[in-house]
Design a protein around this ligand. Structure first.
Ligand code: FAD
Length: 304
């Protein structure tokens, strides 16, 4: 069995694995996609000490650093369930049927974009429906797009896209934008952005590709349609915790609750990064979290 088994190969998982391996204990990493969200990121300018880099390049150096240690990397493997047996040993079942045993486990399965769940969203994914302005924004150069969501990520996306596309329509369900004031001011200063509040998106329309968006104006109760070629859904992130058992304590939105040591409600089970209830989801924070959880797991191992 492993001493530490890390589930998830993003910044948090990579950092946890290296910190564990540096203690000379048997360490493995299971990842559906090594690199995680960083693979979908264009430019990274806030990883302190690296002025500017690109996501895929950053992910490659994460993997290179992990490979420098005696760590079993099991890439392209999806975890299906986690149990703790009577001998206090964790058993991680993989989607491929394999079972891995470990004395402690660090969950770092990250998060993904939340879907809006209206007709057309799945159908036109990658045919005009997008989630990542940094990745897909340039594909809509000179076109008209909508951003669904008026929180920080939606408004940031709209500001970003306004520099590339012809027109941006921001659709916010409630009666006001939720983004920070400074972002809203910036947004309102842009000539090619239109904000629609009280707008409930009901459908993304298209033929071969997206050709418009339909929403209900919640004030007048009238259905409205805007012709456009792209829709960016920016309504938050969902933690990847559906595969986990009920007995791991989570908050209302499914994030794993951890203490200062990265420990969860299950002894020997730790968590790090975007999958936890930590308030900010950033690379540098996830990495610090991963290191913290690995040291927490090491403390647990020497006491048990
Ligand atoms: P993730 O990166 O989400 O990694 C999760 C890992 O778990 C992946 O390997 C995934 O494949 C794996 N996984 C998930 N479910 C399972 C399962 N069931 N079984 C096995 N493996 C599983 N942060 C910054 O600091 N600066 C930026 O400029 C920046 N830009 C961003 C741009 C975009 C477009 C996005 C999407 C994010 C950006 N972020 C940025 C946020 C940053 O990428 C995340 O905070 C960070 O990647 C979180 O790391 P993590 O390891 O917790 O999770």
């Amino acid at each position: 069995p492993y001493d530490v088994l890390v589930v998830g190969g993003g910044p948090a998982g990579a950092s946890a694995a290296i910190y564990a391996a540096r203690k000379g204990i048997r360490t493995g990493v299971v990842a559906e996609r090594f690199g995680g969200q960083v693979l979908d990121t264009m430019t990274i300018e806030n990883f302190i000490s690296v002025k500017s880099t690109e996501g895929p390049k950053f992910a490659a150096s994460l993997e290179e650093h992990v490979k420098d240690y005696e760590i079993d990397i099991m890439n392209l493997q999806r975890a299906k369930s986690l149990q703790k047996n009577d001998d206090n040993m964790f058993e991680l079942e993989l989607e491929n049927g394999g079972v891995l045993k470990s004395k402690s486990v660090i969950i770092s399965t990250g998060a993904r974009w939340r879907q809006i769940g209206v007709p057309g969203e799945d159908e036109y994914k990658n045919k005009g429906v997008a989630y990542c302005p940094h990745c897909d924004g340039p594909l809509f150069e000179g076109k008209d797009v909508a951003v669904i969501g008026g929180g920080n990520s939606g408004v940031e996306a709209a500001i970003d896209l306004a520099g590339i596309v012809q027109n941006v329509t921001v659709l916010e369900f409630s009666d006001e934008l939720k983004a920070d004031d400074v972002l809203q001011e910036r947004l309102h200063s842009l000539p090619n952005v239109e904000v629609k509040t009280n707008a409930q998106t009901t459908e993304i329309t298209g033929d071969d590709n997206v050709n418009g968006i339909t929403y209900i104006d919640r004030e007048s109760n009238e259905e409205q349609h805007v012709d456009l070629q792209g829709v960016f859904v920016q309504i938050g992130l969902v933690p990847n915790t559906e595969w986990l058992d009920e007995d791991v304590e989570r908050n209302r939105i499914g994030e794993i609750i951890t203490d200062k040591h990265g420990a969860t409600s299950v002894p020997g089970l730790f968590a790090a990064g975007d999958v936890t209830d930590s308030p900010h989801n950033q690379i540098i924070i996830s990495m610090g979290d991963g290191a913290n959880a690995a040291l927490g797991a090491f403390d647990y191992l020497i006491r048990n």
